[in-house]
Design a protein around this ligand. Structure first.
Ligand SMILES: Nc1ncnc2c1ncn2[C@@H]1O[C@H](COP(=O)(O)OP(=O)(O)O)[C@@H](O)[C@H]1O
Ligand SMILES: [Mg+2]
Length: 342
C-alpha cells in the first residue's frame, strides 16, 4: 500500500496538464492480458479499451469498452486495431501474446505515423527470442552461459550425458518440453517433438526476472522471482527475491541483447553459475506478483512513453512476497449474448 501511494503521489507531481490517455490492451482474454488491465486500473483516470478475438473474454470485465478483433495474422487485423485506436482517441496499445508480438513490432512505425504508440519490444528482439536455437547461437557469440544445445541427430549428442531436455525451438508455455533419461527416450522424443532442440538438463532454482529499461536500454529496475510451482507453463506459486546478483545479471543481459523497454528473463541458477534459458519480450503470466511487489510495469511503461520521469521503483520493492494462485470466477447476468463490440 505504501508503495502504491508513493508511486501515485510521484505520478501526480509529474503528470502534465494533458488529459489522461486512452489505452488499448490486446488479448484481454489471456492471463497476461487480464493482468495488464488489472495493473492499469491502479490509475483510475485512464480510459481502458480491451480487445480480443473471443467475444467472451474475461478481461472485458475490467475495461471501459471492449472490441472483438480478427486473428493477429489476418490482413484485417492491423487496420481494425488502428480504427479502434483512432475512433476512441487511444494513443497507446499493449500487445500481449506471441501471435501479436511480431505484427506490432513490425508495424510500430506505421502505428506511430498515425499517432499510436506500440508499447512493445523491437522487431529484432522479437525475432531473436522466438527461435530458441538461434537464441542459443547468439548467447554463444555474446559469451553468455546457456545450456549446451544440440539439434536432433547431432554427432556431439553421442558424448552428451543424461539427463537431457528436449523442447520445440519455437515453443512456448512449456508445451512439448520433456526431460530425457536415456538413448531410447532420446530417439523417441526426437521424432515426437516438432522442430526440436535438445539441451543439457540444468538442475537448480529457476528464476524469472522482470526487467524495465528506459527507452535507450538502460536498466531502470529488475525484479527476480523464483518459480516455486509451475502448471501449464505458468507460475502458480512464486516469490520475489532480493538478490543483487540477479539484478546485475539482468542488467548485463539487457545490455548485451539491447533489450528495450521490458522483457522477462528466465534463468536457472546452479551455485554461482547462471544459465540463461529464455528471454520473453512480453508480460509474464506472473505479472500480478510483480505489480503487487511494487513494480507496476504497465503503468511505468505508460509514463515512460509519455515522456514522464520515472520514480526509481527499486527502492520500494517488496521481497520475499509469496504468490499463491487459484482460479477466479466472473459471473455475467444474462450472459447468453457475447460481450464486446463487434
Ligand atoms: N536446459 C534446461 N534445463 C532444465 N530445465 C529446463 C531447460 N530448458 C527449459 N527448462 C524448463 O522447461 C521450461 C520451459 O522451457 P523454455 O525454454 O522456457 O520454453 P517455453 O517457451 O515453453 O517457456 C523452463 O521454464 C524450465 O523449467
Ligand atoms: Mg519459458
Amino acid at each position: 500500500m505504501a508503495v502504491r501511494l508513493n508511486l501515485l503521489s510521484l505520478r501526480r507531481l509529474h503528470m502534465p496538464a494533458s488529459p489522461p490517455p486512452s489505452v488499448l490492451v490486446m488479448s484481454a482474454g489471456s492471463v497476461p492480458g487480464f493482468a495488464v488491465l488489472q495493473a492499469l486500473r491502479a490509475d483510475g483516470r485512464l480510459t481502458l479499451l480491451a480487445a480480443d478475438m473471443n467475444p467472451r473474454s474475461v478481461g472485458f470485465r475490467l475495461a471501459h469498452e471492449n472490441f472483438v478483433v480478427p486473428r493477429a495474422d489476418a490482413p484485417e487485423f492491423v487496420p481494425r486495431v488502428l480504427e479502434i485506436c483512432r475512433s476512441r482517441g487511444a494513443g497507446y496499445v499493449f500487445p500481449i501474446i506471441d501471435e501479436e508480438l511480431p505484427v506490432f513490432a513490425e508495424q510500430a512505425a506505421f502505428f506511430k505515423s498515425h499517432g499510436v504508440t506500440v508499447i512493445g519490444n523491437t522487431a529484432e528482439t522479437v525475432r531473436i527470442t522466438k527461435d530458441k536455437y538461434a537464441f542459443f547461437k547468439r548467447c554463444q557469440e555474446l559469451g553468455l552461459l546457456t545450456p549446451r544445445t544440440y539439434l536432433p541427430g547431432a554427432p556431439e549428442l553421442e558424448e552428451a550425458s543424461f539427463p537431457l531436455l528436449i523442447k520445440p525451438s519455437r515453443g512456448r508455455g512449456s508445451a512439448n518440453v520433456y526431460r530425457i533419461e536415456n538413448k531410447k527416450e532420446l530417439a523417441f522424443f526426437s521424432s515426437y517433438v516438432p522442430d526440436a532442440i535438445i539441451q543439457d538438463f540444468v538442475e537448480g532454482a529457476e528464476y524469472t526476472i522482470d526487467v524495465l529499461t528506459d527507452l535507450k536500454g538502460e536498466l531502470i529496475c529488475a525484479l527476480p522471482k523464483v518459480r516455486i510451482e509451475v502448471k501449464a507453463g505458468m507460475q502458480v506459486k512464486g516469490r520475489t527475491v532480493g538478490d543483487p546478483l540477479l539484478v546485475e545479471y539482468a542488467r548485463k543481459v539487457s545490455r548485451l541483447f539491447d533489450l528495450t523497454p521490458r522483457v522477462n528473463i528466465q534463468c536457472i541458477r546452479r551455485g554461482e553459475e547462471i544459465f540463461l534459458i529464455e528471454i520473453n519480450p512480453k508480460f509474464p503470466a506472473s505479472l500480478p506478483l510483480t505489480v503487487k511487489a511494487g513494480l507496476n510495469l504497465p503503468l511505468l511503461l505508460l509514463q515512460l512513453y509519455q515522456g514522464q520521469p520515472i520514480p526509481d521503483p527499486s527502492r520500494g520493492l517488496v521481497f520475499d512476497l509469496l504468490m499463491l494462485r487459484t482460479w477466479q470466477e466472473f459471473f455475467v447476468a444474462d450472459g447468453r449474448e457475447p460481450q464486446g463490440n463487434a
